[in-house]
Design a protein around this ligand. Sequence first.
Ligand SMILES: NC(=O)c1ccc[n+]([C@@H]2O[C@H](COP(=O)([O-])OP(=O)(O)OC[C@H]3O[C@@H](n4cnc5c(N)ncnc54)[C@H](O)[C@@H]3O)[C@@H](O)[C@H]2O)c1
Length: 396
Amino acid sequence: MSNISLLGAGLVGSLYAATLHGHRRRDEIRTVYSRSLKRAASLAAKHRIPRPTNDLTDAICDPETDVVIVALPNHLHEQAVVAAAEAGKAVLCTKPLGRNRAEALRMLEAVEQANVFHGYLEDLVYTPKTLRALASVQQGDLGRILWVRSREAHSGPHSEWFWNKELAGGGAIVDLGCHCIEIARSFIGKEVRPMEVMCWGDTQVHPIETEDHAIGVVRYETGAIGQFEVSWTFRGGMDLRDEVSGAEGTIWLNHWLRTGYEMYMSGATSQYVAEKSEANQGWLFPVGDEVAALGYPNMFTDMLDSIDAGGKPTESFYDGYVVNAIIDAAYASLKSKQWEPIDLSDWRGQQSATRLAERQEYDEHYYLVKEERMPDGSIKRILQHKQSLEIIEQQQ
Ligand SMILES: NC(=O)c1ccc[n+]([C@@H]2O[C@H](COP(=O)([O-])OP(=O)(O)OC[C@H]3O[C@@H](n4cnc5c(N)ncnc54)[C@H](O)[C@@H]3O)[C@@H](O)[C@H]2O)c1
């Protein structure tokens, strides 16, 4: 059981509080910090948190606190993490870990040098659907993973600091791409080294300095590709989708829109529908349990169970650092319009991965390239001769 100090009473802080205090859980947020005492007090009242404060140091150093959760804007993560590490507290930090690789590396070093527990709050790898899909992939149901496509798109974030390049560290890539990159990395295998990135991005709609739309491709050492698609220009709600393609199978996940809950409202009332929903009349797509659909309960269970057991969570600051390194390469590519290498001076995964050619035996002379049943019921086979490499076709 943990006593928690929550830093930040904004959108994600309130989702974390709703998760941690929403069910009959053992862990308790004892202190909540916000710049504005009124805001801290309002979140505290809603979620039965005994101590609201506007003093960051008090919130971190509270002697009753075992775990500090950082739910502050991106430019404040490092300062809060370093202070928590110096105070000897376990620290959980929301995404993105840093605004860039260097900042993330300093945070990783701070928690490792202080020898405190650290967890990276990347919720979207913990959604119930994602956990099930990851289990399928890990038991080999899809064969070798070749391509993961992860998409997060909505009409833009809800607070001013996200739109400020300096405070946020970038635009849609650092804000949303961090999720997509870690989702793809989880399916491809975190032990596989991400090598280089090719990225396109542009400022298509909003009058800002950063990209509000981007597409990137991350090449892994096995030859697998992680594709991220992010946008602050998408209209119609929040589009959260993942696709996993393996040599033996495919998974498609839709997390937010059209998940099976559809509702019509005439417009006579004005209600909240779901995060980033742009409409509240006509046919709408609410979400049954928002925090569960976003993975927060499973994420905190992993984090807090790992603290109790003295173990490591699925997502640590090291993962946040790898994600930031990939994002830095994406920004470099966006500028250069070339493939850019990923700078991972601290790489802890496999040292080298072999690219396995998928050769399926057909008989002693041929490999099977492809087999398909045709409209007339016959079976067509494309075969490759093992010595000459000639491609032939057979119909039966
Ligand atoms: N799915 C997710 O995991 C998820 C979702 C949303 C946001 N986030 C992350 O959570 C963090 C906070 O985002 P949010 O959406 O809650 O933002 P928000 O703007 O809704 O809330 C930010 C909080 O920090 C406080 N704050 C803002 N500027 C401050 C300053 N200069 N000094 C001290 N406090 C300040 C605000 O008062 C508020 O309490 C960001 O890093 C964001 O990327 C994660």
